[in-house]
Design a protein around this ligand. Sequence first.
Ligand code: MV4
Length: 451
Amino acid sequence: MFTRILIANRGEIAVRIIRAARELGIETVAVHSTADATSRHVKLADRAICIGGPPAAESYLNIPHIISAAEVANVDAIHPGYGFLAENAHFAEVCRSCNIEFIGPSVESMALLGDKIKCKETAAKAKVPMFPGSKGAVEDEAEAVKVARRIGYPVIIKAAAGGGGRGMRIAHNDLGLRSAIHSARAEAEAAFGNGSVFIEKFLESARHVEVQILGDQHGNVVHLFERDCSMQRRHQKLIEEAPCPVLDEQTRHDLCASAVRLAKAAGYFSAGTVEFLLDKKKDFYLLEVNTRVQVEHPVTEAITGVDIVKTQIRVAAGEKLGFTQKDIHLAGHAMEVRINAEDPERRFAPCPGTIEHFDIPGGPGVRLDTHCYGGYRVPPNYDSMIAKLIVHQPTRKLVIATMRRALAEFTIAPIKTTIPLHQQLMTNGDFIKADVDIHFVERLLAERAEG
Ligand code: MV4
């Protein structure tokens, strides 16, 4: 096992990783920007090293600075958390060349699954259900039009190197498709240095359901069931829950088995997530694979009792999973709400500043993951998520009751947060019935704005 690890991240996930390492008896080294000197991950770690200025490019994204800190502190491994360098195969390769273990999958499976065209080629071999679409990249307008006429409009154009909704276009006819191909390619080339694009049939309404997988370096892969992340706005998730409230046992089995087949075909180890869209007919289609620990991992920890971050660390050190699929049981229901320093009344404008009052909820079934405290100043330089409130109860109905109670206990002042929005959602009839799709929140906000 590792003696000492470096956490190449900030915020609540840095705190989460430090807690896992400490319980495993591993020393922790935090890195931070000058804007984060007072953050909780800096205080909780055994050692903290300032790696640069407030812009992420100078600190949390700066590979030479992070590797220097790792060398100075003599760590065995680096945990990248989520965001920043977590899905950067080049960073994982630099770690490997410096003899520092990257706490994540292999460089090869990151590169394979990070390219959505290569990911789909692997998924096809593993018989994972996919949208009808182009076989690989589309080279020109003529080929795009041919594919679209075959599968039928509407179609969606996606960048091979994209993800999380970046570089996507929807086309409803030949004319729109011809221009969408060019703008999608230009955007992808500028954003990712890879202009490859592909086409899929566009599904108008669906739920976002994703399967948590865990693998070790000995070929063992298990799933930890699924999460429903349909409650999102502009590709930012607001609420996640596990299990998906509308899945029947057969569909759940097929979905989770598909995710495990893809992970095995990709030689995957560590924690990963296979994303799908699920339609009303209970058909599901692969979207993409996230090769990192996700923000919403606690809901899966709640319903399975598996510590995903500790498992990532143990697996990176070469240990076997130590459990099989038969040992994983789904218990109860869990939900997470993301609390952001944003004003939902002002189109979610970021609201950085000092938190004077931070009165936190607790009690049965409540978990709070945060790096904040009374007197903490939220810097303006990073993602605005300041806390995750997670509730676990025997049923979804009880989860919602506990979530309402916990949200009412939570005071964050004077900065604006998304707590009032979550309080409204927890009383929304359609949400309570789980009658939502990926456009539900945006539709609701648009209706509210109209009047
Ligand atoms: C789609 C789709 C409909 N049809 N693909 C958006 C993010 C990226 N992961 C894939 N995305 C989508 N792909 C086909 N063939 C709709 C979306 C989509 C979406 C997916 C998940 C969660 C929220 C979303 C919001 C808008 C569009």
